[in-house]
Design a protein around this ligand. Structure first.
Ligand SMILES: C[S@@+](CC[C@H](N)C(=O)[O-])C[C@H]1O[C@@H](n2cnc3c(N)ncnc32)[C@H](O)[C@@H]1O
Length: 407
């Protein structure tokens, strides 16, 4: 639904009512500053209901730069704390309740633009140790539009759960836009779910999200476009083309690329194409759940080592070797990398995920030399040349030259 211009006092009174309706409140965020006014006391305040031993409280978590402070206020004394918060000149207020998501943006003129949408969260006070709220509502009408089954819904929920804790990496960057891509988007279940969740999170920080799903198949792109129009989603686009050639934000200027690169089960070396694109864009955040690993598997064929002599073991070992080499390449090129299981294998056997956060400076010279030695030893021992290293040959050659120069 489009934002509705509203008098600011009325909008703040509505937000006050929602914040004090703690049984139905999920969370709220105050962030951003109003044009022409002094900044608020804290850069960002998150408010959520919590159930403590002493009873239900509203928890206020304030952050300014790296400094975070938390205050718990009993709900029957929370009105004053809420009034103090709303008196601060925040530019954006984002409230999630059991039934709706309300976003208030204060305009340059000092009016409010109020955006309301159906909730994708369960609400109510949560114990500290069991915040079970779903990030992606399995009953979201989007899934009906897309026709996603239960396993796919669980996979995209699990994927978005991996994205959520890393999202502040991109949401805290300067600028009012956040850009995401889903490479090899296929039927676009993840594209829609991530756009839904990250769009809300971006709005809570006063930013606007664009997400582009890319796929070589014209039919799935056409379906994605139709579903986006049907669901009335803004900022969600689709592009036909290969991942290797994808550059959906090229119009923004030479240094503009996606902040978040996602790839869920992009087949074989399409995952490498996605990782290589991410590196060349300098994307701050990359999440890739690989699919089959035929590239390295093919290169291991004929190797008589016991570990890879049997086809099934060769297949499994190729998975491990490929993702290990991918991780090393990403680390060498300036990313902090974790490989995690993003979902139980009962839902998909392809349940590994590479999560990479760009660190900028990359590893220290000694660590870089060690990583390079590990990469060289693995590729030499197994006689393989992994696709990602082939795609990023110039970048890796520069790292190699740097390591050799430092010797
Ligand atoms: C297994 S499907 C996964 C789709 C989706 N990400 C999901 O998990 O539901 C892989 C998708 O990647 C697309 N694809 C494979 N190689 C590609 C490439 N090189 N460039 C663009 N798309 C590619 C395929 O057309 C297919 O739609």
């Amino acid at each position: 639904m489009e934002p509705v211009p509203t008098d600011l006092t009325t909008a703040l009174a509505d937000v006050r009512t929602l914040l004090l309706d703690t049984p139905h409140l999920a969370r709220a965020v105050a962030a951003g500053r109003r044009k022409g006014l002094e900044p608020p006391a804290a850069e960002r305040v998150e408010v959520r209901p919590v159930q403590l031993k002493a009873g239900p409280h509203l928890q206020f978590t304030a952050r300014t730069g790296p400094v975070v402070s938390t205050r718990n206020v009993p709900v029957d004394e929370a009105a004053a704390a809420v009034d103090d918060l709303l008196a601060q000149p925040y530019g954006n207020l984002h409230v999630e309740t059991a039934t709706e998501v309300v976003q208030v943006r204060v305009t340059k003129k000092g009016d409010a633009q109020v955006h309301r949408a159906a909730a994708a969260h369960e609400a109510g006070p949560a114990g500290h140790d069991k915040a079970k709220n779903r990030l992606v509502d399995p009953d979201d009408p989007l899934f009906r539009v897309l026709g996603a089954g239960g396993d796919k819904r669980r996979q995209v929920e699990a994927f978005v759960r991996q994205l959520a804790p890393l999202a502040p990496t991109v949401l805290s960057r300067p600028g009012d836009r956040v850009r995401a891509v889903d490479l090899g988007c296929g039927n676009a279940y993840l594209t829609f779910a991530a756009h839904r969740w990250l769009g809300d999170a971006a709005r809570a920080e006063g930013k606007v999200l664009t997400t582009v799903g890319v796929d070589v198949r014209e039919d799935v792109v056409a379906t994605g476009r139709r579903a986006a129009a049907e669901a009335g989603l803004t900022g969600l686009e689709f592009a036909v083309g290969s991942i290797a050639g994808a550059d959906p934000y090229a119009d923004g200027g030479p240094d503009v690329g996606p902040d978040v690169v996602m790839a869920l089960h992009a087949c074989d070396t399409a995952t490498d194409e996605a990782l290589a694109r991410a590196v060349r864009w300098g994307a701050p955040l990359v999440l890739a759940a690989p699919c089959c690993h035929r590239d390295v598997q093919r290169q291991l064929h004929g190797n008589r080592a016991p570990l890879v002599r049997h086809a099934i073991l060769r297949e499994r070992f190729a998975d491990v070797l490929t993702d290990t080499l991918r991780s090393l390449v990403l680390q060498l090129l300036g990313y902090r990398v974790e490989v995690v299981e993003f979902i139980d294998s009962a839902h998909t056997p392809r349940n590994a995920m590479i999560r990479a956060v760009r660190t900028g400076s990359g590893p220290r010279p000694a660590a870089r030399a060690d990583l390079l030695a590990e990469f060289d030893e693995l590729t030499r021992t197994w006689g393989v040349s992994p696709a990602l290293a082939r795609m990023l040959e110039p970048e890796l050659a520069a790292v190699r030259a740097g390591v050799q120069a430092a010797l």
